[in-house]
Ligand binder design. Structure first.
Ligand code: SAM
Length: 220
C-alpha cells in the first residue's frame, strides 16, 4: 500500500479527481491512501501568511520556508529510507517526470508531494526538505496541484489490481522505448478511413508484426 501525502494550499482542487478512476478504485481496494496537508494550517501569523516578497526584489510572492517545513514535519514518516518514503517538490526546474519515475514511485510506501504556488518556493525548501524536485514538462503552471494529480493518476494506474486486465499497463506507451501502436475499434470504415486489413485478419502473428512496425521509438 502506498500513502500519498499531498502538501498544498488548495486541497479542494483534488476533490473531483478522487471520485474517478483510477484513484477511486485504488482507494476502494486499499492499494493507495491519500492524505491532504494544508500549508495554511502552519501559517506564520494569525492572518494566515505563508508567503512574502523575494529578497533582492522582483515580482510576486515566494512561499516561506517555515510553513512548508512545519507541514512536512507534521507528517508521520513510515521510514527515513528514501526507497520507502520520498519527499518530492513540484517545480518547473526539476528533473523531467517519466514512466520510469512512475514505476519507481509505485514501489514506495509513502510519497510526500509538495505543491508550490505564487512565484514558487524559498530555495531552502528544496535544499533542506526535498529528496528531489520533479517537473511535468517545460512550461509553467500556476501551481503544483495539477502536476500532483498527474503523479497520483500515473502511479496509481500501474499498481496491481487497478486496470481491468492484468498486465494492461505494461504494454502502454513509454513502458519500453516505444510509444504504443495505433488502436482501432468499430466501425470498420468511418468517413472513408478504413481499419487496416491485418487487424481484421485474425492472424495473430501478422497482427503482432504490424503492431511492432507501427510502434514509434521515443524521441527518434
Ligand atoms: N517562478 C517559478 C519559475 O519561474 O520557475 C514558477 C512558479 S509557478 C507559477 C508556481 C508553482 O507551480 C511552482 O512552485 C510549482 O510547484 C508549480 N509548477 C508550475 N509549473 C510546473 C511544472 N511544469 N512542473 C511541476 N510543477 C510546476
Amino acid at each position: 500500500m502506498l500513502s500519498f501525502e499531498v502538501v498544498t494550499l488548495f486541497p479542494e482542487l483534488f476533490e473531483q479527481h478522487l471520485k474517478h478512476l483510477p484513484l477511486k478504485k485504488g482507494l476502494e481496494i486499499g492499494a493507495i491512501k491519500i492524505n491532504f496537508h494544508n500549508i495554511r494550517d502552519f501559517a506564520v501569523d494569525e492572518r494566515g501568511s505563508v508567503d512574502d516578497k523575494p529578497y533582492g526584489g522582483g515580482p510576486g510572492m515566494v512561499l516561506r520556508p517555515e510553513p512548508v517545513f512545519d507541514t512536512v514535519e507534521s507528517i508521520k514518516r513510515v521510514s527515513q529510507d528514501k526507497s520507502k518514503s520520498r519527499v518530492v517538490l513540484l517545480s518547473p526546474a526539476g528533473q523531467k517526470y517519466t514512466q520510469k519515475k512512475v514505476r519507481e514511485y509505485s514501489q514506495l510506501e509513502q510519497l510526500i508531494l509538495i505543491s508550490g504556488r505564487y512565484e514558487g518556493f524559498d530555495a531552502r525548501i528544496e535544499e533542506g526538505l526535498a529528496d528531489e524536485a520533479i517537473s511535468i514538462g517545460d512550461y509553467v503552471l500556476s501551481g503544483g496541484e495539477v502536476p500532483i494529480m498527474v503523479i497520483l493518476e500515473s502511479v496509481t494506474r500501474v499498481m496491481p489490481g487497478i486496470l481491468e486486465k492484468a498486465g494492461a499497463s505494461e504494454i502502454e506507451s513509454f513502458e519500453s522505448n516505444f510509444v504504443e501502436y495505433p488502436q482501432y475499434t468499430r466501425p470498420e470504415e468511418y468517413r472513408g478511413m478504413k481499419v487496416p486489413e491485418v487487424l481484421l485478419s485474425g492472424n495473430h502473428a501478422e497482427i503482432e508484426k504490424w503492431r511492432k512496425e507501427k510502434s514509434k521509438p521515443i524521441n527518434p
